[in-house]
Ligand binder design. Structure first.
Ligand code: AMP
Length: 225
């Protein structure tokens, strides 16, 4: 199964992608994670991407096409993937269609997550992650903890450089201007599933699985609560 998780920064794409990846046994491809690793390792690509990322801008399309081409060629993606963070503008959507068509792939779902803007800003300002296992937490979940409850790493929590309030607001503007219109592209192809992303992580995950099960009863064999 091939899935594009679509929605604004902070709506929960990364969290849901990780759960879906383990339940459906398909790889989670987060372009943000790939770029953050490149920045951390200061590769030539990371050095080029760093400034745009810290400012909440989109990284250049050329860099993104390189990442996606390399990723799609990997063996682990041959039977499916969950794209998280790509495509983010019209050109990326068109080039992605072409890449998939070359691989004879025409069938994929665009799962659109949506939530109110106040909820999204609150989620982003309170978002923390573990440096070691990358699990995402809310501030209240880890406030008095020294160790990551998932992997046990000590003092490993951090806030993403682009999760400061002014950068968050800019990222939301970039989303409205460049990314949101991409949905029209997929709506004309009738591939979109609309999911209410408010509520608990489990509730949202169940909504996604039910929507997929409705489309592909045979592929979703796991039980949905
Ligand atoms: P994310 O983790 O998906 O919120 O991405 C973090 C940052 O990485 C974004 O704010 C962009 O600067 C960059 N980025 C991730 N995916 C893309 C993309 N498809 N196109 C351009 N920039 C991207």
């Amino acid at each position: 199964m091939r899935i594009i998780l679509f929605g604004s920064p902070g709506v929960g794409k990364g969290t849901q992608a990780k759960i879906l990846s383990s339940k459906l046994n398909i790889p989670h491809i987060s372009t943000g994670d790939i770029l953050r690793l490149a920045v951390k390792e200061q590769t030539p690509m990371g050095i080029k991407a760093q400034e745009a990322m810290n400012a909440g801008e989109l990284v250049s399309d050329d860099i993104m096409f390189g990442i996606i081409k390399d990723t799609l060629e990997q063996d682990r993606c041959k039977d499916g993937f969950i794209m998280d963070g790509f495509p983010r503008n019209h050109l990326q959507a068109h080039v992605f269609d072409e890449m998939l068509a070359k691989m004879d792939i025409y069938n994929f779902y665009v799962i659109t997550l949506s939530a109110k803007e106040e909820e999204i800003i609150a989620r982003l300002t309170n978002r923390r992650a573990c440096k070691s296992c990358k699990t995402i937490f809310t501030l209240s979940e880890i406030e008095n903890l020294d160790k990551c409850p998932k992997c046990g790493a000590e003092k490993s929590f951090y806030q993403r450089a682009d999760d400061s309030e002014d950068v968050i607001r800019h990222r939301l503007e970039v989303f409205k201007e460049s990314t949101q219109p991409v949905l029209k592209h997929y709506e004309t192809k009738k591939k979109v599933l609309y999911i209410d992303a408010e509520g608990s992580v489990e509730e949202v995950n169940n909504r996604i699985l039910l929507a997929l099960k409705d489309k592909e009863p045979d592929s979703i064999t796991i039980s949905v609560l």
